[in-house]
Ligand binder design. Structure first.
Ligand SMILES: Cc1cc2nc3c(=O)[nH]c(=O)nc-3n(C[C@H](O)[C@H](O)[C@H](O)COP(=O)(O)OP(=O)(O)OC[C@H]3O[C@@H](n4cnc5c(N)ncnc54)[C@H](O)[C@@H]3O)c2cc1C
Length: 308
């Protein structure tokens, strides 16, 4: 119930106006967001890189319905690529099509994405297209395939285990050799298209993860196992050992501010680990999704709210 409430609020402009003016919300969001400015993200990535952890950078912002704003987002990504190069950082990028104008015009969105992908390719940087609500799933996958066909081999996909369609999507993406980040899924979806029970989502994640690891062993794709779920992480480790899948054929991925202990443990054990580092002023929707994922975050938030 709380999950549904937070996911509904994540799309509510009125709630955004209220929450973003609360200093306590701002402070709490800092747990999940590297900062509002690029320099703060750079500092966070530098620190991760020093610990042997590469990053994926997300410039916060989504559901943009103004062409100038989508162009500004594209420019922000270009400037950030310059910074990655200047600072010699180990970082990929994550972008959302709704931040690049897909709701305004598909052509505009593709033009923005093409500019980012071209510059990223020059810099040797891979770009993952974050998966958003199911309304966008097919469009996002079509866009990725179109760019692959154009020769952009630095584009990557994200699949959400909770969608019934994901087994099939994973099979197809593996066949096409497209790199996949597998996550459980963070949006509010109806039961006719997504598993409503967490146990079913976890089971789906488990078998999809094994399919990705097996494909990686056969040289098809380089999966990002994006979860903080220790059972699933242990299952991935066990599968890799039993099937002699080299540790450089896949990587674990986690979110900035979540399970740092586990991030470091995996690195110490010799696994590849990448951390998703979001930054920017438009942190509200991202923050609400993080609250939705873990009720304990909510109680921490409420306790601090009443202390203000
Ligand atoms: C690198 C990365 C990229 C992602 N990209 C996308 C995307 O493009 N599209 C999308 O829909 N979703 C994305 N997600 C979010 C994902 O779908 C899940 O909502 C999120 O990762 C929580 O699920 P979990 O796999 O960690 O498992 P869960 O079963 O939810 O959590 C397992 C454990 O992890 C810890 N944990 C999980 N979330 C939190 C939190 N918010 N705060 C504190 N502790 C927490 C807790 O200890 C929890 O018990 C991404 C996640 C990661 C790690």
């Amino acid at each position: 119930m709380l999950r549904a409430l937070f996911l509904t609020l994540s799309n509510a402009k009125w709630a955004e106006k209220i929450v973003t003016t609360w200093p306590v919300a701002r402070r709490m969001a800092r747990r999940f967001v590297a900062g509002e400015r690029a320099e703060e993200a750079i500092a966070a990535i530098r620190e991760l890189n020093a610990q042997g952890i590469p990053a994926t950078v997300d410039i916060l912002g989504e559901s943009i319905d103004d062409a100038l704003q989508s162009a500004a987002m594209m420019q922000s990504y270009l400037s950030f690529i310059d910074l990655i190069e200047q600072e010699k950082l180990d970082a990929w990028l994550s972008v959302k099509l709704t931040a690049l104008g897909v709701d305004i015009d598909a052509g505009l969105c593709r033009a923005n994405l093409r500019t980012i992908l071209t510059r990223a390719r020059e810099a040797g940087i891979r770009v993952a297209i974050d998966m958003e609500g199911s309304h966008y799933t097919q469009r996002i996958l079509d866009t990725i395939r179109a760019f692959r066909t154009e020769g952009f081999d630095n584009i990557r996909a994200v699949i959400q285990a909770y969608l019934y369609r994901s087994d099939e999507d994973i099979r197809a993406l593996c066949d096409e050799g497209i790199g996949v980040r597998l996550c459980k899924g963070a949006y509010k979806e109806p039961p006719d298209i997504a598993y409503p029970r967490k146990a079913d989502v976890d089971a789906a994640y488990h078998h999809q993860m094994l399919a990705l690891l097996n494909a990686a062993k056969a040289g098809r794709g380089y999966p990002g196992i994006a979860t903080h779920d220790e059972n699933l992480i242990d299952a991935a480790k066990q599968h890799a050992t039993e099937h002699q899948i080299a540790l450089d054929r896949f990587e674990f991925q986690m979110l900035h501010g979540v399970r740092r202990d586990l991030q470091h443990q995996l690195v110490e054990e010799g696994y590849r680990m990448r951390v998703y580092v979001p930054f920017g002023v438009a942190w509200y929707a991202y923050f609400m999704r993080r609250l939705a994922e873990r009720p304990a975050n909510l109680w921490f938030f409420v306790r601090n709210l009443f202390r203000e």
